[in-house]
Ligand binder design. Sequence first.
Ligand code: MLT
Length: 237
Amino acid sequence: HLLPKLFEPAEIAGGVAVIVDVLRASTTISFALANGAAAVVPCETVETAQQVRASAEQGHCLLGGERGGLKIEGFDLSNSPDDYVRSIVEGRLIGFTTTNGTMALLRANQADVVMIGSFVNLSAVADRILADSRPIHIVCAGTNGQISGEDVLFAGALAERLTDTESCSPCDSADIAISHWRQEYGDGSRQAIETALRRSQGGRNLIDLKYDKDITTAAMVDELSNVGVLADDGRLR
Ligand code: MLT
């Protein structure tokens, strides 16, 4: 799905959804969990995130995310993966809200399984879904309702791994994503992926906001081996 609005939530019930917002929500969530966060709670609004903090044990919950790419007033953490280091997030609950990634995730939550995909855990996600016989829905978050190159790039990288199996029949959107990936990825190195990410709209936005370093982080293919999965309680672990 090149954009969340291109599917009806009921369409993906019974399937496995991989939520993709490479720059930066899915990368950041993956780092938060890899660095020991107890759970990440995706929240639609700033107010919902504040309620998550209010109902948690005093001092246990941090708030993270962005609006307009910047840290939200009164929040502890921005949407930069750099903020989610072990010394800060280990053992903590994180109420998390972002403009596009969180919304894509919440729209897809009727799927049987909802997991978080990004270049930093590409192989770990691929291994999980290759072992699953249910329909796979790769959900690109996009940016403010527009298709974003960086998410389609990752969708293509992931879809390509699946099409190596006999039982896979990719839809046209997946074929488009795979073509995009093959055209952009160059030699498949982290450097080639970073160059493609920098050229994307999301990349250009981050460069304008002086978050260039997050693009380098997002291109660290297979840096992590964990996969964030949405549990029945609405928390990612
Ligand atoms: C989002 O969810 O809209 C993005 O992750 C925005 C950002 O890069 O901060």
